[in-house]
Design a protein around this ligand. Sequence first.
Ligand code: 13P
Ligand code: ZN
Length: 270
Amino acid sequence: MKDILTAEFFVEMVRTATNMYNHGWDERNSGNISLLLDESEVAKYVDVNRVLRTLPTGFKAPELNGKYFLVTGTGKYFKNVQYAPDVNLGLVKIIDDGMNAQLLWGFSDGGKFTSEFPAHMMSHAARLSVNPANRVIMHCHPTNILAMTYVHTLDEREFTRTLWQMCTECIVVFPDGVNVLPWMLCGTNEIGEATAEKMRTARLVVWAQHGLYAAGADLDEAFGLIETAEKAAEIYLKIAHLPLVNTISDEAMHLLEGRFAVKARDGYLS
Ligand code: 13P
Ligand code: ZN
């Protein structure tokens, strides 16, 4: 059996959590990441038949039965992931139609997966149904996106259009746009179901006055989506109080669609 700390997926997970912390997106214990792994990959590093603990999830997700996830722990600080990955991360296998998760590695202080496990698992199921290559769900509290939800309408088309107008490449990076949920109680199955529903049509879902969710085929894609949306929100906050003299027109957006072979979300451009 190889050492999991040397696995490429594991190293990338630790680097990503560290990078997110360094960007200021994950103060204290905020944020969580889940990474879907193939059994063949997992089996190189852990005995998949050696269950350390069985953790109840409190929801059903039959689509995920038998799937493996590397996931951040609840209450754990992203800043500490690199120093004590075995405490702050856990590797679980979903069983019983999603009702339970077998801990195969990690959470070595007796901890468990993130309190946002419902939103993560339900979003994985939703994204896999539209993109079988999806592997990552990522949540964090990026400052400027969060700030924007206090001063900008939460209408999804308007929110998306504002972000697209802030940087030329936004529409290229997230042509599917940004979906938005109003403030809801976090850590519940309800917010999990609502997030998953929003994930069917976009890889970015804003939680008003809370943070952001992203989905991707790998950690880089999810990270890059957050990074790009957060940069756009930062520019918005820098200019929102100033008279607007120039913008990126819908005509220019159509040129970008052609140049980069992307298709903007239906009905979002005139
Ligand atoms: P956890 O510490 O349970 O992952 O929660 C952090 C968070 O961001 C809640 O939304
Ligand atoms: Zn949060």
